[in-house]
Design a protein around this ligand. Sequence first.
Ligand code: SAH
Length: 263
Amino acid sequence: MKVKPKKSLGQNFLINPEIIEKIVDCGNLNYIDNIVEIGPGTGNLTKELIRKNSRNLFVIEKDENLCNLLVKKFNNTLKVINDDVLNFKLDRLNCTNLVIFGNLPYNISTQILVNWILYDYNFIHIKKLVLMFQKEVADRILGNVNEKNYGRLSIIANWKLKIQKEFDIESADFYPKPKVTSTLISMIPKKNFIKITNPEKLEEITSIFFNQRRKMIKKPLNKIFPNSNIIAEKLNIDTNLRPQNLKPEIYFELAEILNKSDS
Ligand code: SAH
């Protein structure tokens, strides 16, 4: 069956077998793992996942035609779920030891990641995530405090994940070629992460601070908290700093304080 890639679904299929093998290696798969692939497309990465570990493989694909193709191609070696990953809760799989792979559609990649981190209770069942992003987005996930790329995404990702850059992937390794370079990142959930009662507040705090990333933090602090001086003192922060100078832990604490002051 010939497949015409759909731009609207971000369909850029991996075609370089060496790269595909390297991606699968990043999962460090072993026999107890349950594997989930997001956006399997025509199954190029899927094929390699089956070769390495076919015990329990789920694929989540929005395109119904591709789902039919995958069922034909791989028969019963995998479970094909025809759904939008943005509406998909991991608990539906009813599995632990999840290793998640995804050559994600770039227009929704950050939304998928943020949704899982902030709102999916079954996140604790993830052992590892191996995800591909547009390089610029990966750089923002990987950004450290005081760096240009540090911001909302780095803070949210850092809350529950240990993040590691694997490698860049050139556009020539895909069909059709995307306009951008891609980066593969692997992430391991932290066993002990700081408690944030209402994760929405972390989104709120970081969006207010980083909407004006060049301004001193006095401004957003005053905007959010009537008693901003007391809070700055309590957290021992200099209000002349810029948002990118505050460590992730400060934002986690501010999210908690905001939650208490709103309730
Ligand atoms: N992993 C494949 C294809 C990557 S292209 C490969 O490397 O060859 C991205 C894939 O994500 C496409 O198959 C596309 O149909 C699928 N997709 C796009 N939006 C999606 C969504 N919201 N939920 C699930 N899959 C989606």
